[in-house]
Design a protein around this ligand. Structure first.
Ligand SMILES: [Zn+2]
Length: 181
């Protein structure tokens, strides 16, 4: 496990991605003050994971938070800036939205996720994250789409060049090594 960028000030509020509920991993270390979102619960595929969440919710070990549209929009805007947006599901965006909301209220969110795109965005936003079963990202990446003819750069959300209609290619525009300490 690998924790990044976590705020030392105040107690961490853990925001749980689906990886915590899938598989038979012990997640007791995150229980108590942790949250997940309606979108994450909706995206759970296995019955086992769904019942695991249900029990955790009933026991009050995990709380479900309804993320507000304002923060979902903010999260999407930031994900456009890193280029991660087209690769994030509604559940992924909801986790970032919740983290933004908690941060804005003075809390210290820590997103527990194995998803590299979510981790990338957390790093960009200086939101703490915790890689659960994987080693976690080693670098931060920023992506754009490039037109092979005009060489102009566009958002990764576009498929074709707005000027010449060529099919855009994904291009890495920024890379920053992350120091693991
Ligand atoms: Zn073009």
């Amino acid at each position: 496990m690998n924790q990044q960028g976590s705020n030392s000030r105040g107690k961490n509020v853990f925001i749980l991605d689906s990886c915590v509920f899938t598989g038979l991993y012990n997640y007791s270390e995150f229980l108590g003050g942790s949250y997940t979102t309606q979108q994450v619960i909706k995206e759970l595929k296995s019955l086992q994971a769904a019942s695991m969440v249900e029990i955790a919710l009933i026991k009050g070990n995990v709380r479900e938070h309804d993320v507000s549209g304002v923060y979902v929009e903010k999260a999407r805007e930031f994900a456009k800036k890193t280029g991660d947006l087209p690769f994030l599901s509604e559940a992924d965006v909801s986790l970032i939205a919740l983290a933004l909301e908690i941060k804005e209220r003075g809390g210290s969110p820590c997103v527990v996720t194995d998803d590299y795109r979510i981790q990338n965005l957390c790093y960009y936003l200086r939101i703490g994250f915790f890689s659960y079963k994987t080693r976690g990202i080693k670098s931060f990446y920023k992506w754009r789409k490039e037109c092979p003819s005009c060489k102009a750069l566009y958002s990764t959300t576009l498929k074709r060049c707005p000027v010449c209609s060529s099919i855009l290619k994904t291009k890495l525009v920024e890379e920053e090594r992350i120091n693991n300490n």
